[in-house]
Design a protein around this ligand. Sequence first.
Ligand SMILES: [Zn+2]
Length: 419
Amino acid sequence: MILTADCILPVSSPPLHHGAVAIQGSKILDVGDMESICRRYPDLPLRELKGCVLMPGLVNAHTHLELTLLRDRLSTVDDFISWLLALIPAKMKMTPDEIEESIRTGAEQSLSSGTTCIGEITNTLSSPRILGEKGLRGVVFLEVLGRNHIDPDEWGDEVIRRLRAFEHDPSGRITMGISPHTPYTLSVDRLQVLSGLLRKESLPYTIHVSESREEQEYFLEQSGGFKSRLFPAVGWQDHPDPIGALSPLLYLDRFGLVTDRLLIAHGVYLSPEDMDRIREAGARVVICAGSNQMLGVGRPPIRSLMQKNIPVALGTDSLASNTSLSLWDEMRHVYALVKDAPPITADSVLSMATLGGAQGLGLASDIGSIEPAKEADLIAVEWEEPRGDDPATDLISRTQDRHIRMVMVGGRIVKNKKI
Ligand SMILES: [Zn+2]
């Protein structure tokens, strides 16, 4: 198939006005100007996407779709610990049917806004199958946590057993990873087990790190709201605290967990020293600015991460801490935070939502940009009355779900707006 559009935004190269993308099977065969692509592949059927920009599908690198139905249901978000304490019982009250419905609804909302790939954190064994059936691509990370005493070997076996028990996605587009929840919700024993397991299994993994001021206080001073409010509420007050004054990131590094397979979620309080270590290890960061604002934890250090050349991805996090699963809303939020002097361009923000996400999930050789031999994960976005030669600024400022004309994952059209 050949798709033509008013403008192709490959992300990894400059925009192509009146361009075309040739697709064969699940992959991109070629990209170039309309005439030459049509001349080169005369046998491929043609589809014209008039009035549209064709670009890579969006990559939401951090979400928990099983919490989708919790939108607006948590009674208090006064501060980070109140939110955590409201989330735990709300999540426990959800029935298996509600959780599956949450995942389905979240997958549909994601596709409707042009997201083709997600980094999904889950406890639900049917999650990969459901996401695969919906047509998404992604990495599903099994969430693990706990600080109470256990036999470490038995716990490690249990983690492996749960990983193997996941219902596979027959399409093969959904792969597995692990999500050690946070440095403060895992005991030393468990972090040691995970470190060994991740070395052996060579899986991608993602950890919530440096999300809140309370997390910094706990690791740097062994004091604050985690000790006085969170741990007593969940029965963890008697368990030993980390010794010394290390940042959460450098604490994880002690266990060998800062590697090129680590995707750090949030990173609001990362220090320059943390960032140097992240850069050196080849780890990545997914920022969730909308969630950070809703929980009042602060602003992610986007500019510093970019100055250190650390790959930055975008994530919505879940609807328990955000009002939208659309990365367009997330891009608008991020762009508003960074566009002032020294400017970060709309192109950079669009790149975070596509190629940055692919890098974050370890999928950059397959997706994230329009290049020959990559998977054909593409979206067509209606581009009304372009204001100038800067499609990225136009798209970020205006795109809503109703502007998504077509969504393609692996060469297959999974959403098609009737016009
Ligand atoms: Zn999260």
